[in-house]
Design a protein around this ligand. Structure first.
Ligand SMILES: [Zn+2]
Ligand SMILES: [Zn+2]
Length: 192
């Protein structure tokens, strides 16, 4: 038991997304505002685009004591880096998500009637925003990010990004059937 409490305290001190709610008390209606920039504790995003670990995460949140627990609402935003799904060049952007997350008090009706993976819990006077943020950012980011809305991608023949190729970049390719005719024509030309 003591070990478990220790592990929780350690986790709380490590992640900047674990917020202490003890100052809120348990009077329904009491409120705390958080305007803070913290360091992202992990890479948050999808395969091709994400907020990098260590990037600044801007928290603009309100914590409110309600009868069942602590309601956290507001926005979280951060810079994203990724790779264009068409031309593979690096992309940079910004993502902002809205949070509305209830964390139930340990002895509330919500605590008794829901699983902790459905609704978060107030644990040792803290709420952990990491999973809700990971979930919301995952939904907000595109699975196929583009460097620009009209990215024309890579040359299908040589693979260079067409945006940086010379104007009208193309490869002269003869259809194999025409190639045979051309050879025949050359042959006839030689004979005549
Ligand atoms: Zn691109
Ligand atoms: Zn090419």
């Amino acid at each position: 038991m003591a070990r478990q409490a220790n592990a929780k305290a350690h986790r709380a001190s490590r992640s900047p997304l674990v917020l202490n709610v003890s100052r809120l008390g348990r009077r329904p209606g009491s409120m705390l505002s958080i305007h803070e920039t913290v360091v992202s504790p992990s890479r948050i995003g999808v395969a091709l685009v994400a907020i990098e670990a260590g990037a600044p995460l801007e928290l603009d949140l309100r914590m409110e004591s309600v009868s069942e627990g602590v309601l956290v609402t507001g926005t979280v935003s951060g810079p994203t880096v990724g790779e264009c799904a068409r031309c593979l060049s690096p992309t940079a952007g910004q993502v902002e998500i809205e949070l509305t997350e209830l964390f139930a008090y340990p002895d509330s009706a919500t605590d008794e009637t829901t699983e902790s993976d459905e609704i978060g819990r107030v644990v040792d006077e803290t709420v952990d925003l990491e999973q809700p943020i990971v979930d919301a950012v995952g939904l907000a980011l595109p699975f196929s990010p583009l460097c620009g809305p009209d990215c024309i991608g890579l040359c299908p023949d040589c693979g260079i990004p067409l945006a940086t190729a010379e104007p009208g970049h193309h490869h002269d390719k003869l259809d194999p059937r025409w190639a045979k005719l051309a050879a025949l024509r050359d042959q006839i030309g030689d004979e005549s």
